[in-house]
Write a protein that binds this ligand. Structure first.
Ligand code: GLA
Length: 382
């Protein structure tokens, strides 16, 4: 996990004084339930031991100066429109703006950001939002529950970044529990911890490929789902069954998109049940089925994550493998028996090569992960 002392130390170096608050928020993988959250459906993500740390201190004026170890410096005034800020500063400005609008008077502040979340698909944006939010709320002596903070992060994505994301990434980064995945009902925002069986590990298969979420493909999928929900006369696809889908006259591509979502909701609840029962074979096969549905019906897997999944399934100890998150590029995941995970990772590292149609821009990497707690204020040791 990212070293919070690095954020505290960088704050001291950059601004010449100690940080008042240091906060940490993790990235995530989603075990199953992708492209269901914006359909009011079910997801089963877990927070991972890679994260983003934010160190902040107050300023007397209403200026903000943010410094990111990776992306450099950004400056703005509280009250400026957040869309006027560019680069990573949009997340910082967006969170300051949305918190202020929510009634948390964050005022001016200095801040540094340090992250060790590798690659893409592991929710580095949500972790950044939740770390900033956790730090700022604490800085002004306020408190917000995880669901409210997640909604504020989602609002930033919608209104400042311009991506119509669901709530999964922000909510699991804010509210994850060590040792457990969380079955989230994305309508009620209730989380049910599902302890991960000790006999398995999750392996992040980072293909070293990138593709921004801003890509209109994500928004297109969401619109297709909304069209089908309207045709079925339901609030969201969460309220529809495969039988309902069979009775309505809609565009064939839209039908396949909806087929994925409705079947994925069923698989996700079944997977949570299987995990809770310790039925790791069933959990793995549901993950496999989810990947096929995301490939065939939803068309989002992406060539490199798909190649990683196919290779993973040929290696001993792999119980199931799938893309994770939005898809298109970046990381996939595998569920692997704990006693074979070392050999599994070694073999993936030796054999994985991204396909020519989507080559790696960074070195592929394979990480064994176990669920960690969500966002929190931390005490630097330095
Ligand atoms: C991205 C979004 C989430 C979710 C996933 C797909 O990660 O941020 O809200 O829709 O894609 O499951």
């Amino acid at each position: 996990m990212v070293n919070v002392d690095v954020a505290a130390e960088l704050h001291l170096q950059t601004f010449g004084r100690s940080a008042s608050v240091v906060a940490l928020a993790p990235g995530r993988v989603n075990l199953i339930g992708d492209h269901t959250d914006y359909n009011d459906g079910f997801v089963l993500p877990m927070a991972i031991p890679f994260g983003t740390s934010v160190a902040v201190s107050p300023r007397a004026d209403r200026r903000v100066c943010g410094h990111s170890e990776r992306f450099g410096t950004t400056e703005f005034s509280i009250g400026d429109p957040p869309t006027a800020t560019g680069g990573w500063g949009r997340y910082l400005h967006g969170m300051a703006w949305a918190l202020t609008d929510h009634g948390v008077d964050v005022g001016g502040f200095d801040c540094v950001v340090v992250s060790d979340i590798p690659g893409s698909s592991l929710s580095s944006s949500a972790a950044l939002e939740m770390a900033i939010g956790t730090a700022l709320v604490s800085l002004v002596g306020d408190a917000l529950d995880a669901a409210t903070l997640a909604r504020i992060g989602q609002r930033v994505e919608h209104e400042v970044i311009g991506v119509p994301v669901g709530i999964m990434d922000q909510l699991i980064s804010a509210a994850g529990e060590a040792g457990a995945a969380s079955l989230i009902d994305c309508r009620s925002l209730e989380l049910q911890p599902i302890p991960l069986p000790e006999s398995v590990r999750v392996v992040v298969l980072d293909t070293g490929t990138r593709r921004g979420l801003v890509d209109s493909e994500y928004a297109k999928r969401r619109s297709a789902c909304e069209r089908v929900a309207a045709a079925l006369n339901v609030a969201a696809l969460r309220d529809a069954s495969l039988d309902d889908l069979g009775r309505v006259d809609i565009d064939p591509v839209d039908r396949r998109r909806a087929h994925h979502v409705i079947s994925e909701n069923e698989r996700t609840r079944a997977a949570a049940h299987a995990a809770a029962e310790g039925d790791i074979e069933r959990l793995g096969s549901l993950m496999d089925a989810s990947h096929e549905s995301l490939t065939d019906d939803y068309a989002v897997a992406g060539p490199a994550p798909d190649a990683a999944v196919r290779l993973a399934r040929t290696i001993d100890g792999c119980l199931g493998a799938r893309m994770t998150g939005a898809g298109f590029a970046g990381a996939a995941i595998a569920l692997v028996t704990v006693d074979q995970v070392g050999d599994f990772v070694a073999e993936m590292a030796e054999r994985f090569v991204a396909p020519p149609e989507q080559p790696s821009t960074d070195e592929p990497a394979f990480h064994v992960v176990w669920p960690v707690d969500g966002a929190r204020v931390v005490q630097p040791t330095a």
